[in-house]
Design a protein around this ligand. Structure first.
Ligand code: DSN
Length: 432
């Protein structure tokens, strides 16, 4: 525990106890959920400090409240560090989460009822990219592209076919369970051909992109959205990035008849469009995380995230697991468990009972419901933060194999539990 909780312990022992238990759970189990990570002690401290008390609706220098001098300074630092990190002209650091970043980005270029093309959720897309149970699918008219049945990879010819047929006003790239690099240049070519805007949601690979290890969509997209708590290893939150379009006219007018810039349109869709007061303590923590991400150490960390994911995928393949698309270029992989005679739900529960945390996940062309699924999603960011490397990944693949490749038994469960405990004991949550 890197933040002292003595007041909480005194005033609210019940909540204190849940935090202690959660910290213990994180420390004593193997966290393989691809969207989770462990923040540094500095980020954790910035999340729990007095800026949480401050209302600061508006933007630095243009707030609706007095007393904003210091939160203005923190927000400016967050913005300039994020611009440097992503080579961007403009970054809005206020979205409370990825979902809020996406709704503000979509409304920057769309009106209700407009047609949009996004990635199929069951092929790796995201809830906010058109799911009928989400605001996106309820407000906009979504069509979908997916991955090839044989390759498990996005096929740009299919993207172009669907785009030509449906004439979307916006194409959305980005995914939450897709392990391969995305061809942003190809997506932009398709978008330009059909006259669509292009938004990329890099919530998952943002840290790897910031570290320069996989291609960036920023030069090719009109808008890029991201979260700050996954591979970027910051506090829970969202951001919106605008590249070279930031200072261009979006064709919309202000009330006074002046043309609005992209940056202004995006900002006004975050506040007052969809949010009120920003979470200033979290914005300060984002600034800390961006500073960390600009360091050479973060680049080394991110390289190891990819090395670890590749190593884990290769070892799972050797144990006879089917990894969708045959591997990974990033931090994440999707394992199709149909050849093991298991559902994602069963596998998630069996792994969790031994101290290995993953999430069940639909696989492309899945016949199971989203509550059952045929696969699991596995990611390397969190365990890489603990300092684990290739030998540890080989060990984890073997533990997963022991648990999932044969019928469940108490003796296997107990032996895996013991190995998980031993592995975890050698690694603190965050290695500086
Ligand atoms: N829920 C996140 C994930 O797990 O990928 C995406 O929002």
């Amino acid at each position: 525990m890197s933040v002292k909780l003595q007041h909480l312990q005194h005033y609210d022992p019940e909540i204190y106890e849940t935090i202690i238990q959660e910290t213990k759970r994180q420390t004593e189990t193997l966290e393989l959920i691809a969207s989770e990570n462990f923040v540094s002690p500095a980020v954790l401290e910035a999340c729990g400090q007095e800026m949480t008390n401050k209302y600061a609706e508006g933007y630095p220098g243009k707030r609706y409240y007095g007393g904003c001098e210091y939160v203005d300074a923190a927000e400016e630092m967050a913005k300039s560090r994020a611009r440097e990190l992503f080579g961007a002209e403009h970054v809005n650091v206020q979205p409370h989460a990825g979902s809020q970043a996406n709704i503000a980005a979509f409304f920057s270029v769309l009106s209700p009822g407009d047609r949009v093309l996004g990635m199929n959720l069951s092929h790796g897309g995201h809830l906010t990219h058109g799911s009928p149970v989400n605001f996106s699918g309820r407000i906009f008219d979504f069509s979908f592209y997916g991955v090839g049945k044989e390759t498990g990879c996005i096929d740009l010819n299919e993207v172009e076919d669907v785009a030509t047929r449906t004439r979307p006003k916006l194409i959305v790239t980005g995914a939450s369970a897709y392990s391969r690099e995305i061809d942003y240049v190809g997506f932009r070519t398709v978008a330009d051909k059909v006259g669509a805007y292009l938004i990329s949601d890099i919530a998952h690979p943002a840290g790897l992109i910031a570290a320069g290890l996989i291609p960036s969509p920023v030069p090719h997209c009109h808008i890029v959205t991201a979260t700050t708590h996954k591979t970027l290893r910051g506090p829970r939150g969202g951001i919106i990035i605008v590249g070279k379009d930031a200072e261009n006219d979006l064709g919309l007018k202000t009330l006074k008849g002046r043309s609005k810039l992209w940056s202004e349109v995006v900002d006004s869709n975050v506040f007052p469009g969809f949010q009120g007061g920003p979470l200033m303590h979290i914005i300060a923590a984002k600034a800390v995380a961006f500073k960390e991400a600009l360091s050479p150490r973060f680049k080394e960390y991110s390289k190891q995230v990819i090395v670890n994911a590749k190593c884990l995928a290769e070892n799972l393949l050797e144990f006879g697991f089917e990894v969708v698309s045959g591997g990974t270029d990033t931090h994440v992989m999707l394992v199709d468990l149909r050849n093991k005679g298991l559902t994602g739900k069963e596998a998630e529960a069996r792994l969790e009972s031994a101290g290995i945390t993953v999430n069940k996940n639909m696989v492309p062309f899945d016949t199971q419901s989203p509550f059952v699924t045929s696969g699991i999603r596995i990611g390397s960011p969190a365990l890489t933060t603990r300092g684990m490397k290739e030998p540890d990944m080989r060990c984890i693949a073997e533990l997963i194999h022991r648990l999932l490749s044969s019928a469940p038994s108490e003796s296997i469960l107990n032996s895996v539990r013991a190995d998980v405990a031993q592995l975890c004991a050698g690694f603190p949550l965050f290695v500086l």
